[in-house]
Design a protein around this ligand. Sequence first.
Ligand code: FAS
Ligand code: PHB
Length: 393
Amino acid sequence: MRTQVCIIGGGPSGLLLSQLLHRAGIDTIVLERRSRAHVLGRIRAGVLEWGSVELLEEAGVAQRMFAEGKPHGGTYLAAQNRGFRIDFERHTGRRVMVFGQTEVTAELYKARDAMQGQILHEVEGVALHDLDGRAPFVTFTREGREERIDCEFIAGCDGFHGPSRKAIPESVRREYERVYPFGWLGVLSETPPVSEELIYANHARGFALCSMRSENLSRYYVQTPADADLSAWDDDRFWDELRRRIPEDAADRLVTGPSIEKSIAQLRSFVSEPMRWGRLFLVGDAAHIVPPTGAKGLNLAFGDVRYLSDALRAYYDSGEAAGIDGYSETALKRVWKSERFSWQLTTMLHRFPEQSAFDQRMQEAELEYLEGSPAAQASLAENYVGLPFYSRG
Ligand code: FAS
Ligand code: PHB
């Protein structure tokens, strides 16, 4: 098989890149290790920056998002049982869109099918070859048969555990990592959300987050020890813990119900540089991971897709190579700013096991300062709604 751009990974970044390139007349093949059903069964991100919304609109997959998604003009932060609101619109003139990653992925699959996009599922043993040459290729097996795709570029959209990042020589890669000593236990329930906007709560017992997917589908998280055992968390224990950590007025409103999904995510900050090696470009979780506190993971992946799709379109339209040559530097500038924001919010809102009394007072002072300072709130707001892809001027 031959294509212009071979995309490894059929998650949101691989599918969106394929859709944007196909609409620009650039041929792609997507290789996905799992079945479509498995990919669509994942419950992950819930908040889209407006830049991501605009990118999905450009890709022609925004109709359902605008019909069913919920624009949010702000969010609540809570500490010591008292909440306050950060007004995104007042500080930035922008909002975010609450629309689940699962739905985004479903819309992307639908659009790919409508354009007869080539997505090969349940492939195994994907290996990348001749990345520093002019004729890279990818080998893999499918239904027991060895296969090969010759291409001009490879986009590694295969997430944290995929093969693309590791195809860059170890001597070239610079990796930065912070693993947090806690995780998030997430629950999805067919219950009305406790609040019309998200609530991020700092509490002595640990962090909690109230989010949602729709009027009758709520998404909640509580911080757990890094080695928490999911089987030790039945629904009653989860709801009790959530109630203790959120402000009383919200706890009084909380409607509980059976969990329809329950999982624990480990939290880490991670960046691998560079994001380009010869004909290989890393995109999304393949290159970087953020703790979900700042709702940046999916949005950073879409930022990379913005840069790479722009760069490849310029290359194929006019042979202009500045975009592909500058991809890694451009993408990493925005990645590191989101890494900083996600780390800062995580540090401010979570309980660290060996936290000292001084650390505790620092968190409280940080939150009190934020509550009283329009400048501090404007800074949080501009990071949360999403920094511009291309800085003005
Ligand atoms: P993905 O990991 O989504 O997709 C990579 C794809 O590559 C997968 O489909 C995988 O099957 C495939 N693949 C892997 N190895 C392969 C191989 N060898 N061959 C072929 N295909 C291969 N972000 C938020 O903003 N908010 C959240 O609340 C949030 N919660 C999360 C919870 C969990 C448990 C996880 C793991 C992540 C969460 N994230 C969250 C981050 C998440 O949304 C990612 O940022 C987003 O999925 C990134 O998309 P991709 O880069 O496409 O990577
Ligand atoms: C979610 O709805 O899953 C969600 C929202 C905001 C976050 C993390 C997760 O920061």
